[in-house]
Write a protein that binds this ligand. Structure first.
Ligand SMILES: O=C(O)CCC(=O)C(=O)O
Ligand SMILES: [Fe+2]
Length: 318
C-alpha cells in the first residue's frame, strides 16, 4: 500500500461546485420571529376587574369576569380597552347578549356603522350572517380587514355566534403589528411612506347584484390609505393592506405593485401571528380592526351557522 503525495502541498482540497441558490422573489420567511404583544415602551399593568387569558404569544385573549349585558363602568371600559390594545381580539365565552345589548356594549367604543353591503339584522346597525345547507361562501375563506374601502374603516367589531355548525366554522385573526415587525428591511424600505388604493369591488362584486353595484360604486369611490398605518392609540406601526380590498400601490407599475402586494398580504398567513377561535353559541369576539386581519372558515357546507355583528366607526388611517 502506498500513500500518494499531493502534487503540491499547498493546493486546496476539491470542493464540489455549489448550485446557485435561487430564492424566488418574495423571499423566504423562515427563522426566528419577533413576537411582542405590546408596543415598545408599553407599561404592562395588572388587571383589577377582569381576568385576561392570552391564547398565543401575540394575539387573542379570553376575558373572564366581565358582564357585558350591562353598561360598563369607566374603569371596566378602560381595562377592556387596554386588553383590546394588548391582545387585538378578545373572546368572551357564553356572553349570550341580545342584539340590543351587543350594540350597547359596542357603543362604549363609539358610533356604530351601517353597512349597505351586508344583510341587516334586527336594526340598521346589526349585520346578520346566516348560512344554511344551501349557501355558498361569500365573505369567508379570505384574509381581510373590514371595510378598508371606507375613508374611515371600522375601529373594531363585536361578533356573536348564535348558531354553530356541528364541526368547524371557526374564525382566525392575524396580528398586523407582528407582521410589520418581522418584515425584512428590503421590504420595509419599499413600503414606509407608501400609499395603497382600496376598493370594495374585489371583495364584494362577485356576490352583489349588478344594479346595486352601480349604486354602491357611487357611494364608495376608491380610497387611499397608508400601506403601513400607525395605531392611533398605541403609536405602533402595522401592515395595512389586505386581499379583499387593496387593489394597488400608488406610483408603481402594475406588475411591481401586484408582486409586492402578494408578498405583503401573505404575511397574514404566518402561523405565529395568528389565533383561531372555535365558537360555541353565545360567544363573542371583539377585535381591533385597525391592528388585525381575520378569516372566517367556510368548512361546514351543508350546515347552519348564524352570526350577528356590529362594527364601530373608526378614524382615518395615518
Ligand atoms: O363570520 C365570521 O366568523 C366573521 C365574518 C367576518 O368577516 C366579519 O364579521 O367581518
Ligand atoms: Fe370581516
Amino acid at each position: 500500500m502506498s500513500i500518494t503525495t499531493p502534487a503540491t502541498s499547498t493546493s486546496t482540497p476539491a470542493v464540489p461546485a455549489l448550485r446557485e441558490a435561487r430564492v424566488p422573489e418574495g423571499g423566504l420567511y423562515e427563522g426566528v420571529r419577533t413576537l411582542n404583544p405590546f408596543p415598545e415602551g408599553w407599561e404592562e399593568r395588572p388587571y383589577e376587574l377582569i381576568e385576561v387569558v392570552p391564547q398565543t404569544r401575540v394575539i387573542g385573549a379570553e376575558v373572564r369576569g366581565a358582564d357585558l349585558s350591562r353598561p360598563l363602568s369607566p374603569a371596566l371600559r378602560e381595562e377592556l380597552n387596554r386588553a383590546l390594545l394588548e391582545w387585538k381580539v378578545l373572546f368572551f365565552r357564553g356572553a349570550n347578549l341580545t342584539p340590543e345589548q351587543q350594540a350597547a356594549f359596542a357603543r362604549h367604543w363609539g358610533e356604530l356603522e351601517t353597512n349597505p353591503l351586508l344583510a341587516r339584522g334586527s336594526s340598521d346597525e346589526i349585520v346578520r350572517f346566516e348560512k344554511d345547507a344551501h349557501t355558498r361562501p361569500t365573505y369567508e375563506n379570505v384574509w381581510h380587514t373590514d371595510v378598508t374601502f371606507r375613508e374611515r374603516p371600522a375601529m373594531g367589531a363585536v361578533l356573536q355566534l348564535r348558531e354553530v355548525p356541528p364541526l368547524g366554522g371557526h374564525t382566525m385573526w392575524a396580528d398586523m403589528a407582528a407582521a410589520y415587525d418581522n418584515l425584512p428591511p428590503r421590504v420595509r424600505e419599499r413600503i414606509d411612506g407608501a400609499v395603497a388604493v382600496h376598493d370594495f369591488i374585489p371583495g364584494f362584486a362577485r356576490f352583489t347584484p349588478a344594479e346595486q353595484l352601480a349604486e354602491l360604486q357611487e357611494e364608495f369611490p376608491p380610497v387611499e390609505h397608508p400601506v403601513v398605518r400607525t395605531h392611533p392609540e398605541t403609536g405602533r406601526k402595522m401592515l395595512f393592506v389586505n386581499t379583499s380590498f387593496t387593489t394597488h400601490i400608488v406610483g408603481m407599475d402594475r406588475a411591481e405593485s401586484d408582486r409586492l402586494l402578494a408578498e405583503l398580504v401573505r404575511q397574514a398567513h404566518v402561523p405565529e401571528y395568528q389565533v383561531r377561535f372555535a365558537w360555541q353559541p353565545g360567544d363573542i369576539a371583539f377585535w381591533d380592526n385597525r391592528a388585525t386581519q381575520h378569516y372566517a372558515l367556510f368548512d361546514y357546507m351543508g350546515h347552519r351557522r348564524v352570526a350577528e355583528r356590529v362594527a364601530i366607526v373608526g378614524d382615518r388611517p395615518f
